[in-house]
Design a protein around this ligand. Structure first.
Ligand SMILES: Nc1ncnc2c1ncn2[C@@H]1O[C@H](COP(=O)(O)OP(=O)(O)O)[C@@H](O)[C@H]1O
Ligand SMILES: [Mg+2]
Length: 404
C-alpha cells in the first residue's frame, strides 16, 4: 500500500492552464484571412462609429470565440489611446442564457453595479427591455455585444431588438454593434428575414482546419504549456490527425494533448508518448459516449439498451426491425408505450451521429436491394455503464447479466 504522500515528481508541464478552454493565446495561427475580414468589419469602432452587425459561423473548435476575444481585447486596448473614445465589450454565451429575457436581464446586471442588480424573474419582457435601453444609453459610447453560441437562443426577439435599436429609436446615446456566433450553419437560414438582414450585415465564415493547420495550433500551444523536449516526436502529429478526423476541431486536438500529458504525469513518465495519446483518445471517447447517453431521453436509451442486449447475444450488426422488436419487448418490461418503428428508424441515424452506434449500408445488388445494419460503436461495457440508471429502473436483461 502506498503512503499517499503528495510529492512533485515528473511533470511535463510548464503551464498546464494554457491547454484549458478559457485560455486565449497571444496570437492565432492560420486564421489570417478570417482575422483580416473580422478586423475590417470592426474598424469603424476605432473612429467612434457604429460598426455593422457581424455574424460569424463555422464548425465547433475552429477559432471563432478565440478570434473574437483576441480582436476585442486588442480593440479595447487600442481604444485607450483615444481620449474621445469609449468602447465597451461584453461576451455572452447563450448556452447558459438561452432566452431573450435572460440575455436582456444579464446585460442590465452587467451594466449596473452589484448593489442594484435586478432579479432574473418578476418583470415582463418589455419591462426588461426598457431597463436594458436605459442602462445602455446611460453607459453610452460604442457597445459591442457578442452573443456566442447564438443557436441556443430559444427565441429571436432580442436579436431583432438589439440589431435595430437605433433605427427603432430605442437608443440615442449608445451605439451598439452586435456580433452573433454560431456553430450551426443552418441557424442563419432559420431566422426571420427581418432579423437575418439586420444581424447578418456582415457574415464571416471560419473554415475547418486540416491536420497541418492543427499541427501549427498545437505546436504554438506546446511552447507555452510544456517543458522543452518532453513530448516525443509523434505526439503532436498524432493529436493533429485525430483532431482532423473530428471535423478539424482544434479544441478536441488540444483536449487530447492535455489528456496525454495528464496520463504521462500520473504515471510519472519522463516523456509524453504516442501511447499516452492513444490511451487518452480512448478515455475521451468513453467520456463522450457517457455524456451522449446521459443526454438521451428514456425512449432513446431503451433503443441503445436494445442494441446492447443484441450485441451481448452476438446478434449485431442488426437491422432496424430486429432492434425494434427488442426495443418493444423492453418497453413492455419498462411499462412504457413503445413508439413507432418509423420513429426508431429515424432515431438510429441520430444515435449514429452521436457516435453511440455505427451504421453500415448493405447492398445486395439487384436481387436484394439496400438496407442498413447497426452495431454499438463503443465497448459494450462502456455503454452499459452509461446506461446504469436505465438498468436500475427496469431491471437487467438476461443477455447482459454477465456484463454488469
Ligand atoms: N488559430 C488558432 N490558433 C491558436 N489557438 C486556436 C486557434 N483556433 C482555435 N484555437 C484554440 O482552440 C480552442 C477552440 O477554439 P474556439 O475559438 O473556442 O472555437 P469555436 O469558438 O470556433 O468553437 C480554443 O482553446 C482556442 O484557443
Ligand atoms: Mg466558441
Amino acid at each position: 500500500m502506498g503512503s499517499f504522500e503528495f510529492v512533485r515528481e515528473h511533470s511535463p508541464y510548464k503551464n498546464r492552464e494554457a491547454l484549458l478552454d478559457d485560455y486565449t493565446p497571444d496570437t492565432l495561427v492560420g486564421r489570417d484571412s478570417e482575422l483580416e475580414e473580422y478586423h475590417g468589419a470592426l474598424q469603424p469602432a476605432i473612429y467612434g462609429e457604429q460598426p455593422d452587425n457581424i455574424f460569424l459561423y463555422g464548425k465547433a473548435g475552429v477559432g471563432k470565440t478565440a478570434a473574437t476575444r483576441f480582436l476585442l481585447d486588442k480593440l479595447e486596448n487600442n481604444a485607450d489611446d483615444y481620449d474621445d473614445l469609449d468602447i465597451f465589450t461584453e461576451l455572452v454565451n447563450c448556452d447558459g442564457l438561452n432566452s431573450s429575457y435572460r440575455v436582456a436581464s444579464h446585460l442590465v446586471n452587467t451594466l449596473r453595479d452589484p448593489a442594484n442588480r435586478i432579479s432574473e424573474t418578476g418583470y415582463s419582457r418589455s419591462q426588461v427591455y426598457e431597463l436594458m435601453w436605459d442602462e445602455l444609453d446611460t453607459h453610452g459610447g460604442i457597445i459591442l455585444l457578442v452573443l456566442d453560441e447564438i443557436d441556443h437562443l430559444k427565441d429571436d426577439s432580442i436579436l431583432y431588438q438589439l440589431s435595430r435599436a437605433r433605427e427603432n429609436g430605442n437608443l440615442t446615446e449608445a451605439r451598439i454593434g452586435l456580433i452573433g456566433i454560431s456553430n450551426d450553419l443552418t441557424f442563419r437560414d432559420g431566422l426571420s428575414p427581418k432579423v437575418r438582414s439586420s444581424l447578418c450585415e456582415r457574415s464571416i465564415s471560419f473554415s475547418t482546419y486540416d491536420a497541418n493547420e492543427l499541427r501549427a495550433v498545437l505546436d504554438q500551444r506546446r511552447e507555452v504549456a510544456f517543458k522543452d523536449d518532453v513530448l516525443t516526436e509523434d505526439v503532436i502529429p498524432l493529436c493533429a490527425a485525430f483532431g482532423a478526423q473530428e471535423s478539424g476541431d482544434a479544441r478536441k486536438a488540444l483536449d487530447l494533448l492535455l489528456k496525454a500529458g495528464d496520463l504521462a504525469r500520473e504515471e510519472n513518465a519522463e516523456r509524453v508518448s504516442e501511447e499516452h495519446v492513444r490511451r487518452g483518445r480512448d478515455l475521451l471517447e468513453r467520456e463522450q459516449v457517457a455524456r451522449g447517453i446521459a443526454d438521451l431521453n428514456d425512449h432513446e436509451r431503451l433503443v441503445v439498451y436494445a442494441l446492447a442486449t443484441l450485441e451481448a447475444e452476438g446478434e449485431t450488426p442488426a437491422r432496424s426491425r430486429e432492434i425494434y422488436s427488442r426495443y418493444k419487448a423492453l418497453s413492455v418490461t419498462a411499462q412504457r408505450e413503445a413508439l413507432t418503428a418509423r420513429w426508431l428508424r429515424e432515431h438510429l441515424d441520430d444515435l449514429a451521429m452521436l457516435g453511440i452506434l455505427s451504421v453500415s449500408e448493405i447492398n445486395e445488388g439487384s436481387a436484394g436491394g439496400k438496407y442498413r445494419e447497426y452495431a454499438l460503436q463503443q465497448d459494450l461495457a462502456v455503454v452499459l455503464d452509461a446506461l446504469e440508471e436505465t438498468l436500475e429502473a427496469m431491471g437487467v436483461h438476461t443477455s447482459v447479466k454477465g456484463y454488469v
